[in-house]
Design a protein around this ligand. Structure first.
Ligand code: GLC
Length: 562
């Protein structure tokens, strides 16, 4: 099995404001990340994706870039970035940058020039339109952060488009000079040695010609966020975006083994189109289904099966449990199921992306109203969309501010940081952090986990195309709380059984797994290496997940299975 580093490896997202503050201003920085690289090595991940650290007015905390080829002084310097990259590479860690192509800051010199006059040479680098015939915005497009997505520039009498804040004007990707400027920025970082990019809101880059209205969303319910009033079918996901993805891919491929990851929130069929029909798109269009899925075995099995079935030929899957925009996994599912989620993420087929702090099980953080920083929450308060609670500082130890900073952190820490921190959880063999470390070590040691085939054991899910010949046992437990699947490869078969409920459950084992070795249980490290019961049923305790391993050789019982 030959697999690229980004297929075999595990990605870890660092939100740089909140990982580690080395210069004592309450905001994390690049040196802080460098000083904690050994933690990532011990954890067992392979690559870090760092959210934006470019110069920025920080209206959207770095996703409003005012210079694509430098480092914001709050985060450090280019020299500090080079030191971080070298230190990461020396440890075998890849570094993936967050690139924000869709929009710049309104303080970017390009936009400053563009807005200055209707005849500015950079006017068409952004999206300017006359008011609608009766006055008002050119169409009904709504910003993802609420309100019209068009802002009137009084001086020139035209509106400019911004899918997000008015301080984040959208660039015109149909303009060849914009593309060249962006490609130059990518080359700047590739030449420095970065291993790839996560492309922010990739599906937004191209808007429909003529800027037609978006259709109303018939399923809109009050309280969802104003953006959901319309379906973004005209403002996003236009066919021409795929040619741009392919162009970006060609550029990055010119540098060898690099990776492009697309941030794309779309239904499955439209998401997988970003691989490109022949693999010419991005290698990993982020798959956020685990963030949105109802947490039941049937739902998850159905989604895993549907995703596997939808992948184009040769496409490599990926799974994400959390990020800086969505509620944390432990807040969504609670402590017990956060362990199951960890086992799921790290045993599915495809590249997993972890989010910093999820390995500590940071749960719901209540950010007091007077400490809210997220522009989304400030504009549309109280809808539960606010992102501050998932961006709070990492807790390293029980010293003041959790060892994150010598100063008061920019956001408060989780309430239980004195006990929920890296130092403390490292000393507890049964902690979630210890479970993550064991899972990551297993992924490294067992190619079947990292790159093997997958077959679901579920009556409700279609069989996975990756293992068309695998027999699908039908004996899933009747209560429907157990999600089970097989990973197979390199002379080994693994069975993963996850109890998604809080009652004991049992799973009827396929013949090959009877008496198999227990590689790992979420519940006790002591079990590891023991044989599974030779009984036909595997008993699972409430919220327990188990990985069994057996050599890959079909048993007579199995080959006689109808
Ligand atoms: C992406 C980022 C998010 C940001 C938005 C606008 O969705 O993940 O944090 O606010 O793009 O750049």
């Amino acid at each position: 099995m030959t697999a690229a580093w980004w297929q075999r490896g595990v990605l870890y997202q660092v939100y740089p404001r909140s990982f580690r503050d080395a210069d004592g201003d309450g905001v994390g920085d690049l040196r802080g990340i460098r000083e904690r690289l050994d933690y990532l090595v011990e954890l067992g991940v392979d690559a870090l994706w760092i959210s934006p650290f470019y110069p920025s007015p920080m209206v959207d905390f770095g996703y409003d870039v005012s210079d694509y080829v430098d480092v914001d002084p709050r985060f450090g310097t280019l020299a500090e970035f080079d030191a971080l990259l070298a230190a990461a590479h020396a440890r075998g860690l890849a570094v993936i940058l967050d690139f924000v192509p869709n929009h710049s800051s309104d303080q970017h010199p390009w936009f400053v020039e563009s807005r200055a006059s209707r005849v500015s040479p950079k006017r068409d680098w952004y999206l300017w339109r006359d008011p609608a015939p009766g006055g008002g915005p050119p169409n009904n497009w709504i910003s993802d952060f609420g309100g019209s997505a068009w802002t009137l520039e009084e001086a020139t009498g035209q509106y400019y488009y911004h899918a997000f804040l008015k301080e984040q004007p959208d660039l015109n990707w149909r303009h060849p000079e914009v593309r060249s400027a962006m490609y130059a920025a990518l080359r700047f970082w590739l030449d420095r040695g970065v291993d790839g990019f996560r492309l922010d809101v990739l599906w937004h880059l191209i808007k429909a010609e003529g800027f037609p209205d978006n259709p109303p969303n018939p399923a809109y319910r009050a309280g969802q966020g104003e953006m959901h009033r319309v379906l973004q079918t005209r403002s996003t996901d236009q066919p021409e975006v795929h040619a741009i993805a392919a162009e970006l891919r060609r550029l990055v491929d010119g540098y060898g083994a690099r990776v492009l990851i697309g941030e794309i929130y779309l239904p499955l069929e439209r998401l997988v189109a970003y691989y490109g029909a022949h693999g010419e798109g991005v290698q990993l269009p982020f798959n956020f289904q685990l963030i949105d899925a109802p947490w039941s075995a049937r739902e998850l099995a159905a989604r895993i099966g549907a995703y596997e079935a939808a992948l184009p030929q040769g496409a490599w899957p990926n799974w994400v449990l959390g990020n800086h925009d969505r509620p944390r996994v432990a807040a969504r599912l609670g402590d017990a199921q956060a362990r199951i989620a960890a086992m799921l993420l790290l045993t599915l087929r495809g590249t997993p992306t972890m989010y910093y702090g999820d390995e500590l099980g940071i749960g719901r953080v209540d950010v007091p109203a007077d400490q809210v920083r997220d522009p989304l929450e400030l504009r549309e308060p109280g809808l539960g969309r606010g992102r501050d609670p998932v961006r709070t500082p990492m807790a390293w130890d029980a010293t003041p501010n959790g060892g994150f900073s010598a100063a008061t952190p920019w956001l408060p820490l989780h309430a239980d940081w004195r006990t929920r921190n890296v130092e403390r959880l490292s000393a507890e063999p049964g902690s979630l952090l210890a479970l993550y470390r064991r899972l990551l070590a297993l992924r490294r040691a067992h190619p079947a986990l990292a790159v093997g085939d997958l077959a679901l054991f579920s009556p409700s899910a279609p069989s996975a195309p990756s293992a068309p010949s695998a027999p699908l046992p039908r004996e899933i437990d009747d209560d429907g709380d157990v999600l089970a699947y097989e990973r197979r490869g390199d002379g080994e078969r693994l069975l993963i059984a996850l109890n998604l409920g809080d009652a004991p459950r049992a799973l009827t084992l396929p013949a090959w797994a009877r008496g198999a070795r227990v590689l790992l249980s979420t519940h006790d490290a002591a079990l590891e290496g023991a044989g599974a019961p030779t009984l036909p049923r595997l008993a699972l305790r409430p919220n327990e997940g188990v990985i069994l391993a057996a050599p890959l050789s079909p048993t007579p019982a199995e080959s006689s299975r109808p």
